[in-house]
Design a protein around this ligand. Structure first.
Ligand SMILES: [Fe+2]
Ligand SMILES: [Fe+2]
Length: 319
């Protein structure tokens, strides 16, 4: 792993994005169809339920992130950050597009998905009407921190690629990689336009508010998933990707607290957000991105085509 680089900002040495990380869009196509299983993970069923629920929220959330950053585009003077913002917007737009295609399938398979979508839309639309632009940017920073923490856990998971249906494995790992690549962009924009003591207080208060809302959203989603399951007419998963028969309540408890134990996994890095000197690249996990890229290089070297055309996409993006 490369040693972290630092930008000298007077008294503060701020970590910068590692040189091996570039923020460029990859044009991908996963070929989503209703032939894909709704229960696409053969391990703990809480995992596909959680991923399906947040997939429904992504197109709305990512448009919110794009809008909050784009609002300040013309105020960004640093040419490197301007380029990163362009990459961030392009990546989030592609995530939104792919999750929208995925969600069309999920909504056919489980009509109740509309409930989650409506609640997420209500929360973010209300925020747009209540808060000023810099608070909206602080909300995006907080949500991007959560996204980066979930991405880190997913990329570190030994089991996910083995137990997930290949299409969903590729979707989620691709998204996790790009969330890692651009994890500091919102934060850097916020620091430039709203730095200082007031900016620090605001980003901490907003993180607290967002955390409470996230907790409520997770509890509501869990309850919804426990109560409502897709109708029997939904396509049955192939045998090797059928979810096991663990009780759902047990599955959720295991997922959140034991294995992988999302809550304890994110607790320390989550708390670090409240430090005045916090920066997302203080935790340099660029090796996870490098490992993901190496996986595809190895596949191509052995003549195996990945589920989606990453090779041509990478070339097109100039990555
Ligand atoms: Fe994203
Ligand atoms: Fe993101």
């Amino acid at each position: 792993m490369q040693p972290p680089r630092f930008i000298d900002k007077g008294k503060n040495m701020i970590p910068s994005k590692p040189d091996c990380i570039s923020i460029k869009v990859r044009k991908v196509d996963f070929g989503f169809s209703t032939e894909l299983p709704y229960r696409w993970y053969s391990g703990n069923p809480a995992i596909f339920n959680f991923c399906n629920a947040i997939s429904i929220m992504f197109p709305i959330g990512e448009q919110f992130f794009i809008d909050s950053v784009r609002h300040y585009k013309d105020q960004i003077t640093d040419p490197v950050l301007r380029e990163e913002v362009a990459g961030f917007i392009a990546q989030e737009a592609m995530h939104s597009k792919q999750h929208d295609l995925c969600n069309q399938v999920l909504k056919v398979q489980n009509k109740q998905m509309f409930v989650i979508e409506k609640v997420a839309k209500l929360f973010l639309d209300t925020s747009r009407h209540i808060y000023p632009a810099r608070t909206l940017l602080a909300i995006s920073c907080a949500l991007e921190h959560f996204t980066a923490l979930f991405a880190d856990q997913l990329l570190n998971s030994q089991a996910f690629r083995k137990l997930a249906h290949p299409v969903y494995a590729e979707l989620w790992l691709w998204h996790a990689v790009e969330e890692t690549e651009h994890k500091a962009v919102c934060f850097d924009v916020y620091q430039q336009v709203a730095g200082g003591v007031f900016g620090y207080i605001e980003r901490c208060l907003v993180m607290l508010l967002v955390s409470i809302c996230m907790l409520v959203a997770i509890i509501l989603s869990v309850l919804l998933m426990l109560v409502v399951q897709p109708k029997k007419s939904a396509p049955k998963p192939p045998k090797q990707h059928s979810a096991n028969k663990k009780p759902f309540a047990t599955g959720w408890f295991r997922y959140l607290f034991i294995k992988p134990g999302i809550i304890p996994y994110i607790m320390v890095p989550y708390c670090k957000y409240y430090s005045p000197s916090f920066h997302p690249w203080q935790h340099d996990n660029s090796a996870l991105v490098q490992r993901w890229k190496a996986h595809y290089e190895n596949l191509r070297a052995t003549g195996v085509q990945p589920v989606f055309p990453l090779a041509s996409a990478t070339t097109a993006a100039g990555d």
